[in-house]
Design a protein around this ligand. Sequence first.
Ligand SMILES: Cc1cc2nc3c(=O)[nH]c(=O)nc-3n(C[C@H](O)[C@H](O)[C@H](O)COP(=O)(O)OP(=O)(O)OC[C@H]3O[C@@H](n4cnc5c(N)ncnc54)[C@H](O)[C@@H]3O)c2cc1C
Length: 425
Amino acid sequence: MKSEWDVVIIGGGLAGYVAANYLAKSGMSILLIEKDKKVGGRARTDAIGQELFNLGPHALYTKGNAVPILQELGIELNGKSPKLSGLLTDNMLEYTAPFTPVGVLTTRFLNWKERIEWLMVLWKIKSMKIENLSDQTFQQWTQKMTRSKNVQNLLLILGRLATYCHAPEKVSASVIVSHLRTVMNGVLYIDRGWQTIIDQLHNKAVIFGIQIQSGMKINKIYKIENTFKVTLSTEKELTCKYVLSTISPQELLKIVGNNISQTQLDFLKQIIPVKGAALDVALTKLPKPNRLFAMEIGEPFYYSVHSTAAILSENENNIVLHVFKYLHPDDNIVGKEIQNELEQFLEKIQPCWQKHKISSRFMPTITVNQRLPQIGDEQNLQRSKLGVPGLYLAGDWVSSHSILSEGAISSAKQAAEEIIEKEQR
Ligand SMILES: Cc1cc2nc3c(=O)[nH]c(=O)nc-3n(C[C@H](O)[C@H](O)[C@H](O)COP(=O)(O)OP(=O)(O)OC[C@H]3O[C@@H](n4cnc5c(N)ncnc54)[C@H](O)[C@@H]3O)c2cc1C
C-alpha cells in the first residue's frame, strides 16, 4: 500500500462505499479502510447454510433519498414490497393490523370513531408541514394528534416500525414523522440481502481504481498544516489531504483525540445510539403460513417474514424471518431474558416453530442508528462546527433530517461532493 493519498475513507459500510463511488470520478487517489475482514458494516448479509440473513430486519424505502442515489450509481435493486396486512397482538388477544384499507375496515382494535380518527391522522402525516414539529417530541405530537389511547398506541407502533426508535419521550417529532412519511410510501426487501448493494458498490469502486483495504483499523488521525497523518492498526502511517469518516461518534472521538473543538467534543459525547435485539430465524415451513407480519401492542416487539417478498434462500421453500425488540436507551439489557422474550413472542405467532428450525442467531444489542434523533440536533450537527478543515463526516447519524440508510447514503453523497468542490476550487 502506498503512503500518500488524496482521500482516505474510514469505514466500508454503505456510507463509505457510496462516498467512494462518487469520489471515484474526480481523478483523486482514494483509499477505503475497513476494520472488519468482511466489508458492508451493518448492511452486511451473512450466509448461514442455504439461507441469507441481513443483520436483523432490513427494508429499503422506495420513495426515499437513498434509492435515487443508488440508482444514479448504477446499482440494481431487485426485490419486492412486503404486504402490509398482518396482526397486532396483545397478551393473548389478536387484532387485524389497520395498516391497509381492509385492515382499517375490519380490525376490532378500533371502534368506528377511532377508525375515522386513525384515517385522519394518517392523512395528516402525509400532508402536514414537518417544520412545524421541530420543537416537539414524538410523544407530545401523538398526544396532540388524538386523545384516543388506541390511536396513540398505533402511532407509537408505526413510529417504532418505521424508525426503530423506541423512546417517544426523547425523539424529535419532525425526524420521526418525516421518516414515517417516507416509509408509508413503500418499502423493498432486497433479493439476496443488502450485501448485494455493498458488493455492487465494491465492484464498481475497484473498477474505478479505488484501493480497498479490509481487516485493518484506523487508530489515529491528526493534522499537521494541510496534511492529515493517519495511523493504522499495523502501525503504518499514511498521509492524505482529506479524511472522510463514516464511523460512529464514539469511534470518531477515539481517533481524533483533542483535534476538535470543545463544543463538538461535548456534542459527540452525548449522542445516544438507537439499539435493538434481533432474532434471525430460518425454518423449513411456517406452522401458520398466513401469518407474515405482527407487532405487539404493549411491548416493543416486531415479527416479519422477509422471504415471502425477497429471495433469501437457495431453497425456495425455506423461510427467513426476523423477530426484533426495539430497545429503550435506559433499558437494562440481559441477553438471555430478551432472547427468551423474542422466542416466546415467535411461539405466540408461529406455535411450535422450533420443530421446523433450520438455523437461528440472536444478537442481544445491535446499533441500528448511531444517533437517537433529538430536538436541537440540527444546530449541533452542522458539519462546519467540527473545526478541522479537510475532515468530512458521513453515516446514519450525520444528517439532521434523515436516519438509517437514508441518512448514511445521503450524507455520503453530500460529503463526497463537498470534497470534490473543495478540490476543484
Ligand atoms: C438490526 C438493524 C436493522 C436495520 N434496519 C434498517 C432498515 O430497515 N432500513 C434502513 O434504511 N436501515 C436499517 N438499518 C440501518 C442501516 O443498516 C445503517 O443505517 C447503515 O447500514 C449504516 O451505514 P454506515 O456506513 O453509516 O455505517 P456502518 O455500516 O456501521 O459502517 C461503518 C464501518 O466503519 C467501520 N469502522 C469503524 N471504526 C473503524 C476504524 N477505526 N477503522 C476502520 N473502519 C472502522 C465499521 O466496521 C463499519 O463497517 C438497520 C440496522 C440494523 C443493525
